[in-house]
Design a protein around this ligand. Sequence first.
Ligand code: 6PG
Length: 467
Amino acid sequence: MGSNLARNLASREGNTVAVFNRSYEKTADLIETHPEAGFIPAKDYAEFAASLQTPRTAIIMVKAGRPTDAVIESLLEVFEPGDIIIDGGNALFTDTIRREHAVRETGVHFVGMGVSGGEEGALKGPSLMPGGSDESWITLGPILRSIAAVAEGEPCVTHVGHDGAGHFVKMVHNGIEYADMQLIAEAYDLIRRGTGKTPAEIADVFAEWNTGELESYLIEITAEVLRQVDAATGQPLVDVIVDEAGAKGTGAWTVQTALNLGTPVSGIAEATFARSLSSHREQRDVAGVLPSSAEPLTIDDDAAFIEDVRLALYASKIVAYSQGFDEIRAGAAEYDWNIDLGEIAKIWRGGCIIRAQFLNRITDAYRSGEDLPVLMTAPYFVEALERAQAAWRRVVVAATQSGIPAPAFSSSLAYYDGLRAERLPAALIQGQRDFFGAHTYRRTDKPGTFHTLWSADRSEVEAEDTH
Ligand code: 6PG
């Protein structure tokens, strides 16, 4: 990914790129395979710093964690005040905040930057989410605009906010990515088990979906993955791949952070846990003994069922993005970042993994001037949810009755119903909390905080204002 980003930079007019790797062999290899890039090789940090114009800009692309700290330390030995160090890895935003504060003391700027788009995006144009100081953005803006993806004529990069804001937004991007991928996987599973279609036939369904409101990179590549045949066995490749999903941690960070912020990102959480469940083979191996009263999924009208699944996918996807944007809002409030949510939707329209046609609608929603505490209450999404919800419920019922796990579909629907409910059973939870821990509760009919002197004899129960 690092070498692709370097090649992207070198291909833009006016940029000369110096390259440093811990192993010089890697650098020599890159120079040999890409002479067109005109890279300047550096054998050590001093040589690297000496080859850059001031103010220097270095982009670190290493494994997040300790390696990043080690590179920063070495760069600080050779950099001067005013120079800029960018961390383009998937760093935890709290690490970025810590690093930014520490590096700032030296006069050097530290910018944590989310980079999305995988290997290809890095080369052809990624979506870039830089944080850091306003001053560093003045220097970086033109450079980053030159290498970012372009969507509808606009470069997919913006100064997200100070210190860790860029990595925070990239983290949530990945959380949404997890939800989107899980929802697509559930849609595929239901169609396959419900209609008996082959992966190649389902690939056609996804290709067709990609021409409508679901148009997105993930739907597009799903069709390609499903169409792939394994050369060794002649089987659909998806049937040969072990059904245990990996994760590098950004989904878990999104959920952990949301828990700390008190933001319910239940769809993202279910998607993250679904990966964990899949990878616990030792538990799945013994769980076959668990009884099931599930009935086989029988579909009378394949086309109607597929359309229901499409709508359920669309509705659940709206929930995932809505939850993700809620988390960014909550994070911005907590960390005092001035994040323009409409702008974030805009820079995700190109280059990144969750690029999707409907991101334009998210930008419109935030640009409308309406206060939007819940993204999906914007008129466009209300209309879409109205259109989708009967199908959404049918799909969740079908999945439940036939014992097909659809955790992201179901939890998204439960979130939707929970949010719109006039009254929730949380009142009972408050009663329980007050009963065993005197945690107090508020009343619907008067202000104040109350505690009941609970007793087995109800006539003795009374409420008192604890204030
Ligand atoms: C991107 C991706 C990229 C990556 C992550 C997630 O935006 O380009 O999100 O950052 O694929 O490493 O990977 P996991 O699925 O392994 O957590």
